[in-house]
Design a protein around this ligand. Structure first.
Ligand code: THU
Length: 161
């Protein structure tokens, strides 16, 4: 039997993070105020630290035609690609605020966003460190988005390399 395993880090809270990680998570928390999520009441905020030191945010943008809505992570990737073409993302923090539950534990990106994150890693040849946390509670750190998507479909599959 083959096995896939990966390691991640659990940190007690935002105050136990390095100052750079803590400020990125705080930026993601603050970004939730800019989400447009009237249908789910689930505001997601993401913030990315780029290789050039810039920080870019993204939030989920919903639509009355529900499937048209787009997640915070993919809004963020589009923002980065447009504002800083070619720049790698060193780390991305993801947070949320919900009308239905307390924001006291990490959430991790949906399957579609994992696919998009993995492609961005390929495109810039750099892993994206994920910092996942709510407004309070433990913070989860994953060293690369690709760890969350084993056997991902990638550009390599298209040309057999
Ligand atoms: N959502 C995100 O923006 N990112 C995630 O990682 C999970 C889900 C959004 C999509 C939708 O607007 C709302 O959260 C509820 O699913």
């Amino acid at each position: 039997m083959e096995q896939y395993q990966f390691s991640y880090q659990l940190v007690e809270g935002v105050d136990a993070l390095s100052s750079s990680d803590a400020s990125l998570l705080r930026s993601a928390q603050a970004a939730t105020a800019l989400a447009y999520a009237p249908y789910s009441g689930f505001n997601v905020g993401a913030a990315a630290l780029l290789a050039n030191g810039a920080v870019v945010q993204g939030t989920n943008q919903e639509n009355a035609s529900y499937p048209v809505g787009i997640c915070a992570e993919r809004v963020l990737l589009g923002n980065v690609a447009m504002q800083y073409p070619g720049q790698a993302i060193v780390a991305m923090a993801i947070s949320y605020r919900s009308v239905k539950r307390s924001s006291d534990q990490p959430i991790s990106p949906c399957g579609m966003c994992r696919q998009a994150l993995v492609e961005f890693e390929h495109r810039t040849a750099a892993p994206i460190r994920l910092i996942l946390g709510g407004e309070s509670g433990q913070v989860m750190i994953v060293d690369s988005a690709k760890l969350l998507l084993p056997f991902a479909f990638s550009p390599r599959e298209l040309n057999g390399r």
